[in-house]
Each structure stands twice: as structure tokens, then as C-alpha cells.
Design a protein around this ligand. Sequence first.
Ligand code: 5GP
Ligand code: MN
Ligand code: MN
Length: 480
Amino acid sequence: DGITLERVREHVWEIPREGDMRVPARVLASDRLLEQIGDDKTLQQLKNATHLPGITDHAICMPDGHQGYGFPVGGVGAMDAESGCISPGAVGYDINCGVRLMKTNLTYADVRGHEEELVEALFANVPSGLGGGGVVEGDRDTVEAVLERGVDWALEAGWAVPDDLEHCEDEGYRPDADPSAVSQKAKDRGKNQLGSLGSGNHFLEVQRVTDVYREDVADAYGLEPDRIVVLIHCGSRGLGHQTCTDYLRKIEKRHGDLLADLPDKELAAAPAGSELAEEYYGAMCACINFAWVNRQLIMHRVRQVFERVFDRSWEAMDMHLLYDVAHNIAKKETHEVQGEERELYVHRKGATRAFPAGHPEVPSAYRDVGQPIIIPGSMGAGSYVLRGGEASMDLTFGSTAHGAGRVMSRTQAKQEFWGETVQNELRDQEHVYVKAQSGATVAEEAPGVYKDVDEVVRVSDELGIGDKVARMYPVCNIKG
Ligand code: 5GP
Ligand code: MN
Ligand code: MN
């Protein structure tokens, strides 16, 4: 609706500052992706986000961007941590929704012929869907410990090995977590969801590596063509969702004055330094810990399933974590802004941290080549591993895309696609074995509802924010 974009240079577009915008907005996209991004409310939401107090440089939309609750999915907003704000809607309801990729030494040939058995075994053993139950049965004390300690809890409980922690963002632990800031209602929702995928867009996918683009980086990551890997996508389940809801309501109420100056109620934000900003940050960090444990439990369960199906120990199959990275998160980070070091709340909603080689926060195993980035495509398209690019700190506060990004609502998807047909076509034409709790889920997540992931990754690579390392293709997929 009349939002004009100016071309800055190849793949970089700007919504110039006007009216009460505090900064300009930027969209990183090719012509084709830009057209799709312009189809819904994404650009208006991005423009609205520039009104948030303390927003620095630009509000930024990644090439996979689409509309979300208030703040676009695929959005990055860095707000000053002293004079700015923190906004739950710019993190997203599914706090620390994210992805982890586990390697194996199996080849595609080892799995061919076992797909049906494998997909059934995974579906039977990895809890998914809306129903309760997780890999472990939690009580109140378990949830407290998980919120407080993150993956270190899983290590002590026998659901992780030290190597897993070394290959997780922040080693699977946010020290700023404050479990007391998470409501009992949220904790009760999380109790029986520890180690569960959830429904809809969340999935577990066995994939094969099809291409390697940067051999030295792929070597450092331990990826080679034809190898089998496992991609897990899920977040903090009902616990994170409840926490987002709790704080949106509290912030709307207490900081109505700030909200009154914003163009969209969904952008509700707590001023930096306020009690609610601190409480939300502590609660969010606790939910981040929970989500890391969630993905850890699922991954370890997958190891056990592979042990049974392939009759070998998981250690013998080299089932090691490549990396786990969040894509719905806000983090206090130090960035250089116009020659000055500043502490910022970097909000990445449907966006992935993409720190380059040499950055102290890149795990030591990858410090020389850059942080791994995991970009899922769809159950009928490629997924990618990238590495943090040299341009990311200047262009995007060290961030890139998080997926292909939707082009179609779930409602529209169910009119366009029929689950069983999608499933049969994938199996018969692509040798992809999908098992889901419902046909509707398959329709809602059909490959056709997503943008072209190859194009998203090309833009990231050409901008130098996240460089292509390897591509994978689905073999088996389970969905909630
Ligand atoms: P989101 O976190 O926004 O729900 O999803 C992240 C990305 O996952 C989506 O943008 C989409 O590209 C990708 N995706 C969704 N379903 C699947 C799937 O079944 N398999 C793979 N590989 N990717 C998927
Ligand atoms: Mn996600
Ligand atoms: Mn999610």
C-alpha cells in the first residue's frame, strides 16, 4: 500500500525515513523475492518497526521475510540496550525456535530400502503433534532445572555428551535465565512437552548431502557428499508461547504510553532498564534454555532409533552434533555502530545469527571458518548449511535468513493442496518419505507454500552475510 523502495545496490533496498520513523528500513532481496515479500503486510510491518525506541541503523528484512505478529518473520531489529527497548513480538511466540543438524557416517546407500522402516520408527519414538508427552516425563523440579541450566541439565541426566554442548550456540546455556520470571502456567505447559516436536511447521528430517560449495569449510564442519544428516526444527513449545503471551499483556498494560506512540499494538515493547524489560529478558533466556534441551532430547532419541534400525551404536555411526542455532531470539550483543561499541538487544525473528570467522562467540571448533548457519527449505526442496559471512557484521548485525519463508497462508495452502497427494508425489517422484500426524499438516507445509530456498541462499551468499557451504535433500520427514 504505497510503500516506496529505493534501490541502494544489488539485493539491497531501502524504505527511506519519513514521519516518525526513527531510522530507514532495509530489505535484502533479489527482484523476484522482493515481489513476493511485497505481497503481504511485511513491508508495512518492517516500516512500523522503525518506530521502536533505540532502533539502530535500520530495521532489516531478510530475503525469506514474510508477515508475522507485529514484526515480520525474517526481521532483524537491534535496539540500544540502555536507551532502547525489548519487544516480545520482535522475538516471536516460539522463543528459541531453531534448528540443529546432526551428522552421521552413513551414506545414502546405507539408508536406501530402509526409508519406510526408519520413518515409522522415528514417528513412533519422537513425540509430535498437539498431544502431551515428551521424550522425558518432567515434573516441576525438572522444568526448573532445565530453565536454569539448559543443556547442562541434559548432560547430567544422561541425555547429552560434552561434545553436544561444545557444538551448540552458547553451549546450550544462557546465564541470564531467570526461571522465577516464567509463570507457573507456562512451566506447567512445558512439563509434559520436554523432548517433543510440536505441530505444524516443526519437523525432523533425515537428509542426504547433495552438494558441497566450499570444501575447506565443509571439511571443518565434517560434511561430504552423499552423507546422511538429521535436521531437527522445533522450539520451546507451550512454555515459550505462554511466556510471550504473559509478557505482551504485562507490557501493554504497564507501558501503554510507549505503545501509544507506536503504529501497531502488536509491537508492544518494554523500555530498556525497566523492570519488565529485565523480567522478560530473564524469562526469555530461560525459555531459550528449555528449547535447547528440547532439541537435545529429540536428537538423543534419534540416536537411539538409528541404533535399533541400523544395529550399531550411535558412536559407531559418528552421530555428532554439527551445530544448533536459534532463529527466534533477542540477545544482548556488542556491535560497532559508527565506530563506537554499543550494547544492543539484537532481535532476530525468523533470522539466524551469522557470525564470521574470528568472532569470539563462534565455537572454538569453527572459529577459523565462521559460525555454521542452518537453513531449511521444505520437504520437497534443498536445505543448506552456510557459514557466517564477512559482511554480516556491517550489514545485518551478524544475521542472515532462517528458511525459505512462506508465500501462502495455512488456510490458502489447505485449499491448494491435499496432504495425501503431496505425500504420494514426494515418495513416488522424489524418494522422500513423509509421515505426519495429519494430512492437513502436510498440505499446510507443502513445498509449494514456500519461497525458492535456492534464491534466498543465493542472495545471502552474494551479499556475503552467509556463505554457501553445502546443500542437503530430504530422505525421510516426520511432522507434528
Ligand atoms: P519457521 O521457523 O518460520 O516456521 O520455518 C523455518 C523454515 O523451515 C521455513 O521457512 C521453511 O523454509 C522450512 N521448512 C518448513 N517445513 C519444512 C520441512 O518439512 N522440511 C524442510 N527441510 N524445511 C522445512
Ligand atoms: Mn522456526
Ligand atoms: Mn517454531
